[in-house]
Design a protein around this ligand. Structure first.
Ligand code: KIV
Length: 278
């Protein structure tokens, strides 16, 4: 019989975070920590650090591939990123964005995209952007037993319709629409909703009015959890500075300095030393 206690548990046997765990966290008032990852090594680090949810975001289109928007990334590419992440995760819930064009056409297409992600990557859930218009899609994916997360407010896949990355739902008409969308998504069965770049008071209202957790990004401190793009939080991206990003490190500088040191060591012949040679 195992004698391990919770104190000496390794990440391999820590209890998995499930959609139920997130629901319980909301009920207990424990804030949910979510971050993005797109590769095995980062996913391992975030998981071992104890992040609750890892989002394989279509922001990979920006931070991994260098595109201006999230629109170009393909389903094949999202499946690849999700496979890499899943291999590095033992505890966190892994949620994968369905990319632009893989679910908007009709519910059958949406279901087959979601099934591909789940079957080929081993991820635990998918995320889709949109309000009431996405409800039949959410229902169809859920009927297949796949957990779905919603995403309201600034939905980057619709950037060309919005025309800018400004804060959404500042006026009462759009705010009311968003409140109703959140309720409809909840009724459709989503296990959580990302609220992106909306006024903090509105996010607080929505959070209080639905039973599933809200995860904010630029949506104030009253959401049930927070998400950031890891590359932004760690200062790997330098060209994206919205006020909602808190930079926990300036890794671009640190990496640059270490790389300069490596170059200097190679130039001077200091690397490799006899100890680093066979
Ligand atoms: O793609 C992404 O990283 C996201 C987050 C910004 C929520 O959707």
């Amino acid at each position: 019989m195992s004698t391990r206690t919770s104190q000496n548990r390794s990440p391999e046997d820590a209890p998995r975070v499930t959609t139920r765990t997130l629901q319980d966290m909301k009920a207990s008032g424990i804030n949910i920590a979510m971050l993005t990852a797109y590769d095995y090594t980062s996913a391992r680090i975030l998981d071992a650090a104890g992040v609750d949810v890892i989002l394989v975001g279509d922001s990979a289109s920006n931070v991994m591939a260098g595109h201006e928007t999230t629109l170009p990334i393909t389903l094949d590419q999202m499946v690849y990123h999700a496979q890499c992440v899943v291999r590095g995760v033992h505890r966190a819930l892994v949620v994968v964005d369905l990319p632009f064009g893989s679910y908007q056409g009709n519910t059958k297409e949406a279901l087959s995209s979601a099934v591909r992600v789940m079957k080929e990557s081993g991820a635990h859930a998918v995320k889709v952007e949109g309000g009431r218009s996405i409800v039949p899609t959410v229902e169809r994916i859920l009927e297949a037993g796949i957990p779905v997360m919603g995403h309201l407010g600034l939905t980057p896949q619709s950037i060309y319709r919005f025309g800018s990355y400004q804060v959404r739902a500042r006026d009462e008409v759009e705010a009311e629409e968003l409140r109703e969308d959140a309720v409809r998504l909840e009724q459709a069965g989503v296990f959580g909703i990302v609220l992106e770049k909306i006024p903090a008071d509105l996010a607080a209202d929505v959070t209080a009015s639905i039973s599933v957790p809200t995860i904010g990004i630029g949506a104030g401190g009253q959401c049930d959890g927070q998400v950031l793009v890891t590359h932004d939080a760690l200062g790997l991206t330098t060209d994206f500075n919205p006020r909602f990003v808190r930079r926990y490190a300036q890794l671009d500088q640190q990496i640059g300095e270490h790389v300069q040191q490596y170059i200097a060591d190679v130039r001077s012949g200091d690397f490799p030393s006899p100890d680093e040679s066979y």
